[in-house]
Design a protein around this ligand. Structure first.
Ligand code: B16
Ligand code: MG
Length: 210
């Protein structure tokens, strides 16, 4: 194995609580029922696909594309305000030290995230220099479980998918890794998924793989 491709939300940082608060604000305003269980279905899912899941509980008129775009923009504005509160302290010592050690051992490191806010988040937490390449929601046309985001990450670092581990917290990300021919490493939710190749409890457990 020559490289690691990391999902962002739920693996490197925990922005899921901000996604929840931002969607909740929009849902409350629209009188749409939304809770933590529904929020769990949004892990690794693109912004527009997340909106469709939330709208399953919308009792109003059928929304057109322009109205949906406005709702997605409203959620993203709410989300960006919350992201602005992030600092380097939002990255655990475990994550920071493990990334440094993997670099030291000569692995290539990339991000493979569905988020269009990836670079903004990495800048806020001071991790822009920790990765050799970033593949995110801005360079893909199909979101996880399609493997596109991970295949692009492998291409950007010049490695074959079979030489890459993908570290993920979402079922959709594990399915994407399998579809891309990579070895999946599951943490959090994904550590309880039967399709995950390697299950870990904490981020630094990946050091025992390398
Ligand atoms: P944005 P990941 C994903 O990040 C989140 O898990 C998911 O909840 C979110 O909808 C998606 O990014 C898109 O995010 O609205 O910022 O473009 O887990 O793939 O790093
Ligand atoms: Mg994730």
């Amino acid at each position: 194995m020559k490289a690691f491709i990391f999902d962002l939300d739920g693996v490197i940082v925990f922005t899921d609580k901000f996604h929840y608060q931002a969607w909740k604000k929009m849902a409350d305003r629209m009188d749409i029922y939304f809770d933590e269980t529904i929020n769990n279905r949004l892990r690794g899912v693109s912004r527009m696909d997340s909106l469709e899941i939330i709208l399953e509980n919308y009792k109003g008129h059928k929304l057109g594309q322009r109205e949906k775009d406005l709702l997605a923009a409203e959620k993203n504005d709410n989300y960006r305000k919350l992201l602005e509160t992030m600092t380097p302290d939002d990255v655990s010592t475990d994550v920071r030290n493990t990334l440094k050690e993997l670099r030291h051992r000569g692995y290539k490191l990339a991000i493979g995230s569905s988020s269009k806010n990836t670079k903004f988040i990495l800048e806020r937490v001071g991790l822009m220099d920790a990765f050799d390449a970033i593949s995110d929601g801005t360079n893909i046309t199909k979101s996880k479980p399609d493997p596109e985001v991970f295949l692009k990450a492998a291409e950007y670092i010049g490695e074959s998918p079979k030489d890459c581990y993908v570290v993920e917290d979402a079922y959709s990300g594990i399915d994407a890794a399998e579809a891309g021919g990579m070895t999946s490493v599951g943490i959090g939710d994904a550590a309880g998924y039967d399709k995950t190749d390697i299950k870990i409890q904490k981020f630094s457990d990946i050091l025992s793989l390398s």
